[in-house]
Design a binder for this molecule. Structure first.
Ligand SMILES: Nc1ncnc2c1ncn2[C@@H]1O[C@H](COP(=O)(O)OP(=O)(O)OP(=O)(O)O)[C@@H](O)[C@H]1O
Ligand SMILES: [Mg+2]
Length: 269
């Protein structure tokens, strides 16, 4: 059973800008408009969950935020700069949906490699070594540090990807379905780690998932469906607004509401 209480978020000070601000955000992929006129903000120092069914556009939105998505129009500001701005490169940690690690390197060699890329000019190998050791411990892979990534289980490989994102203590962590395929104990441990990163380091986390019970662990939620936002709220406010017991129920309620509104629009045309 997961603990439903996400713990208090760090209060954002009025002078502290939001981590992500989007307005009229639209993304076209191939012949399709995949994201349509999104408007939302992601507050700093909190965990925002990005939830919605497969294909609704979660990964596309994350790619837009980290600056790797083409054909993005509208406003999308990240840590005070337009998404994709070069100064954001070292301030954002991004874990893609598919683990991106080198199978023929060990866990530590993978991290050493990425640490060197992040910090090429620095002769202080010691500091780099400390960061690598800390990131490996953060994702609970210390006992596997010398194992080849290719010999790890799926969940362990995704944790190596997460450790790479934790190198360099980023201000914004964008994690695309980081808990897929993990057992309940590991999922709980990772969510505890996310809360620790937000509370202790003041980092902002944007975490996607299509597992609705994970929504209960977030400070705020962006609920998506078919490239549109259904809600941008706290789990509590969502439940209250829809009269639902769980976020999953609230989501289904909002989907029904959106469908009914679309039908009304059709018939009044
Ligand atoms: N290269 C592409 N060309 C055209 N359409 C694409 C391309 N990549 C993705 N899409 C479409 O964009 C939509 C959103 O995809 P995206 O990967 O963002 O969804 P998702 O919410 O992350 O799904 P999942 O939960 O399965 O990871 C999907 O309908 C998908 O078919
Ligand atoms: Mg995805």
């Amino acid at each position: 059973m997961m603990n439903n209480a996400p713990g208090p978020p760090r209060p954002a000070t009025p002078t502290e800008p939001t981590a992500v601000h989007a307005k009229d955000l639209t993304v076209v992929r191939g012949p399709r408009t995949v994201l349509r006129n999104l408007a939302f903000t992601v507050p700093r120092g909190q965990i925002t969950g990005l939830l919605g069914p497969s294909g609704c556009g979660k990964s596309t939105l994350m790619r837009a935020i980290v600056g790797t998505q083409a054909k993005v129009t509208g406003t999308l500001d990240v840590l005070g700069h337009p998404a994709g701005h070069p100064t954001l490169r070292t301030r954002i940690g991004y874990v893609t949906q598919a683990p991106s690690v080198y199978d023929d390197l060990t866990v530590r060699q993978n991290l050493d490699y990425f640490a060197a890329i992040l910090d090429p000019g620095r002769p202080a190998a010691e500091r780099r070594h400390d960061n690598v050791t800390r990131a490996i411990a953060d994702v609970d892979l210390t006992t596997h540090a010398d194992a080849l990534a290719g010999n790890l289980s799926g969940g362990q490989r995704s944790r190596v990807s997460l450790a790479v994102a934790l190198l360099g203590t980023p201000e914004l962590l964008v994690l695309d379905e980081p808990t897929v395929g993990l057992d309940p104990v590991l999922r709980r441990d990772l969510w505890n780690l996310f809360h620790d990163i937000a509370a202790r380091r003041g980092a902002t986390l944007l975490v996607s998932s299509h597992v609705m019970d994970e929504a209960e662990r977030c400070h705020r939620l962006l609920l998506m469906r078919e490239g549109e936002l259904l809600a941008d709220d706290t789990p509590d406010a969502l439940r209250t607004r829809t009269g639902a017991e769980t976020v999953e129920e609230a989501f289904l309620h909002l989907v029904d509401e959106a469908k009914a509104a679309a039908r009304t629009k059709e018939t009044t045309r």
